[in-house]
Write a protein that binds this ligand. Sequence first.
Ligand code: CIZ
Length: 302
Amino acid sequence: MKDAEMPEKIAELKKQRKAVILAHNYQLPEIQDIADYLGDSLELSRMAAKTDAEVVVFCGVHFMAETASIICPDKKVLLPDINAGCPLANMITPSDVRKLKEKYPGRPVVSYVNTSAEVKAETDVACTSANAIKVINSIKDDEIIFVPDKYLADYVRKQTGKRIIHWEGYCPTHVKILPEDVSAAKKAHPGARVMVHPECRSDVIDMADAVISTSGMVRYVKEADGREFIIGTETGLIHRLKKENPGKEFFPASPHAVCPNMKSITLEKVLWSLEDMKPEVSVPENIRKAALRSVNRMLELA
Ligand code: CIZ
């Protein structure tokens, strides 16, 4: 099949299967363009719960499809490339969390959404980059275990003043954005606002005008007076920002901030997943129920 025919074929199959296509802000442009909804992991999971569709084709990485399945177990959740994992989520296991709880008894445990369902099941409350500060501030304890991203942990520590016991995880894509990249981008575009994701290194965060999630960046750009923006996150977001803000200009903080897992979802794989109704992501009921408690607490708080 020719590439140009693929979106049409996908649309046809989507209708037959009563499916909806959800795409993360970091997906390839052609995937973003065929999506029914674009967003961050939380927005997409909420959308999955709201839609009447029976099948959710989740164009993102594994933990995101799992989160959708945790929230809406009655729907079939397809992940077009089952190997699209998240290295950050893979940096911590349920047994690591249990050991932390033994070492620091009584401390509440917050897990970033970039974790497996099994890890979420071991924790008290989940958070995303969009609501991490709100979630931490809502906890009355002064000392909190936060897993797995050490840079997000450092950022929330500084923003909330709480004692944060962190895990040494990091996102291999966001750490590719270096302070010298941000300096060079600022020099080339002196009038540009610098937005960076809180998964970036702390010295990069210190150079930003705004430290926000992808959904925060989408809103920030819409509301800002400025015309030029330096984007310190996975470069896929720039496609959406350009499309939604034709009068504004966007420059990646680093061209190296490309997540190979996000980019592994292609039009062919979306088509095949709708044809074969697989690969499916589902979570065993006991794990799902425990993980849902942690996700629901986040939803109530944030
Ligand atoms: O929660 C998400 O979707 C992630 C991992 C990043 C973001 O800021 O959108």
